[in-house]
Design a protein around this ligand. Structure first.
Ligand code: 5AD
Ligand code: SF4
Length: 502
């Protein structure tokens, strides 16, 4: 692909395994390199194609992709599945039937990585039984030097490692992995260009992900994402809008706009004056019933965006607004670039402009040096905002990030205990919020049968609450009015009040 960002060229590097040639494709990732934000313009390519000689390479063969981590990864897996399908491969969920297994990994916390290493270990026996199996590792973990070195040293049954910027290279890399005896490694530390027209094999026909931007320039001190996903790059508005229109035409009922920091959308585009609010104002007019987005950084959440969200319509009244901590001092150490007061002021403005808005958040406890008082500020903020739900995490040091070098005098036991207190508080609030919905009739988009009982249907409200109710399977993919009969901490039960035609 032409026009790669400077510094992204392939390099041959001497292997770290004596006597082994890791071939022309060996390029180790470098967190230090990844940190540099290049000035070069990002090119947009519309000419992705599977090279002719590889078009039928997968006929009669199967692939399986294991996805870990966030929605961005889920969507990348849909792209990889699309590419593989165009190469002739069919999808399977049976490891024994698979000719290719890809692990699309997450690097956000250590336990996410441990899980992948554990599963990779299990693959050894599968590979022994089926030596032709191609085992690949991609996603955020493959962007980390230490991970690649560990795989090279201890997981030699892996055939292919490629990074988050190398997805469009999958056909070539796969061919090389199939015909080479050595591990094929291609991980660009620097982000590449935007590749527009990669095929996608979407999961389901009701809800769809739509990327609006890639990468992150925020560099919160705990976070690995700006290194693994590169600098912020926005897709052109016309490309996003065309994709949403196409999804509407295909009958999708809900889209989720994706970006590591959607509120920074457009800052890197020519002129820099067209922002996320402007994009939403256009998407609002497209005939698709529900539009969500994730994830928002409070710092870039501007008045224009609030004004557009307040118009409602297909823009749902649910905002995921990660706060991370309720202490201004900790927020400073995290480099979040807002104070507790500024966050609360933003929440106040959002609540004033969007009646019945539901807020959810992400919170990290046990950041290096966090005191009991600072933790209590998080508890009081949670109480004050009144989130409907929260994802809560114990801080996990990530190699190469500034926070990993900070002195941490908080014992793990204390961190665990804080997490428990925070979860207890949030669960109490979540239940209260759900109890208040009892008796109300809510619009539910029916997604399918409940995971535990095929006679029960599951769906979500505009505010993203999971609702279970008895109903006919013909309602799947439709909007139904459901009266809430029972509220639990994480889910609602209800009964059909009426069907809504859309
Ligand atoms: N340790 C714990 N949690 C983290 N997150 C990001 N990095 C870390 C880390 N090093 C959390 C943040 C973020 C969510 C996706 O994961 O809360 O919003
Ligand atoms: Fe995990 Fe972040 Fe990568 Fe998503 S972008 S897979 S959350 S590390």
């Amino acid at each position: 692909m032409a026009g790669r960002t400077e510094g992204a060229d392939l390099k041959s590097v001497s292997p770290n395994q004596p006597g082994k040639d890791y071939s022309r494709y060996f390029q180790p990732p470098s967190l230090k390199e990844a940190k540099k934000r290049g000035k070069a313009d990002v090119q947009v390519h519309y000419d992705f194609a599977i090279p002719e000689e590889m078009a039928g390479i997968g006929r009669g063969k199967h692939f399986l992709i294991r996805t870990y981590g966030c929605q961005m990864n889920e969507h990348d897996s849909e792209t990889m599945a699309g590419i593989l399908r165009e190469m002739g491969f069919a999808q399977t969920d049976d490891e024994r039937e698979a000719d290719i297994i890809l692990f699309n990994t997450c690097a956000i916390r250590e336990n996410a990585e441990d899980k992948v290493f554990g599963e990779l270990g299990h693959m050894k026996s599968l590979k022994r039984d089926n030596p032709h199996l191609i085992l690949g590792v991609c996603g955020c973990m493959s962007q980390e030097e230490a991970v690649v070195n560990k795989i090279l040293a201890k997981y030699q049954h892996v055939d292919l490692i490629f990074g988050t910027h190398n997805i469009h290279r999958l056909p070539v890399l796969l061919r090389d992995a199939m015909y080479s005896k050595e591990m094929v490694v291609e991980v660009w530390s620097k982000e590449g260009d935007i590749i527009e027209n990669m095929p996608k094999l979407r999961e389901g026909s009701i809800k769809a992900w739509v990327n609006i931007m890639y990468g992150c320039d925020k560099f919160c001190t705990y976070c690995i994402v700006p290194y693994t996903r590169g600098k912020e790059r926005s897709r052109r508005p016309q490309d996003v809008i065309a994709e949403v229109r196409e999804l509407a035409r295909l009958g999708y009922k809900e889209i989720t706009l994706l970006g590591q920091n959607v509120n920074a959308y457009g800052k890197d585009l020519e002129g820099g004056s067209y922002g996320f609010g402007d994009l939403l104002d256009e998407i609002r007019k497209i005939d698709i019933p529900r539009v969500r987005f994730t994830t928002s950084h409070p710092r870039d959440f501007d008045d224009r965006l609030i004004e557009v969200l307040a118009k409602g319509g297909n823009l749902v009244e649910h905002i995921h607004l990660p706060v991370q901590s309720g202490s201004t001092e900790i927020l400073k150490k995290m480099a979040r670039k807002y104070t507790r007061e500024q966050y609360l002021e933003l929440v106040r403005k959002i609540k004033a402009a969007i009646p019945h808005v539901v807020l959810s958040t992400d919170i990290i406890v046990g950041f290096p040096g966090e005191t009991e008082e600072q933790f209590q500020e998080t508890l009081s903020l949670v109480e004050e905002v009144g989130y409907d739900s929260a994802y809560t995490f114990i801080y996990s040091p990530r190699e190469g990030t500034p926070a990993a070098a900070m002195e941490d005098n908080v014992p793990l036991e204390v961190k665990k205990e804080r997490l428990q207190r925070l979860m207890d508080l949030q669960n109490r609030i979540s239940l209260e919020k759900n109890l208040a919905l009892q008796g109300q009739v809510l619009e539910v988009l029916v997604e399918g049968e409940s995971k535990t009982n095929p006679d029960v249907l599951s769906g979500r409200t505009r505010t993203n609450k999971l609702v279970h109710f008895v109903g006919d399977k013909s309602l799947i993919g439709k909007f139904v009015e459901v009266r809430v009969t029972e509220a639990k901490t994480w889910t609602l039960r209800g009964e059909i009040a009426a069907k809504v035609e859309v």
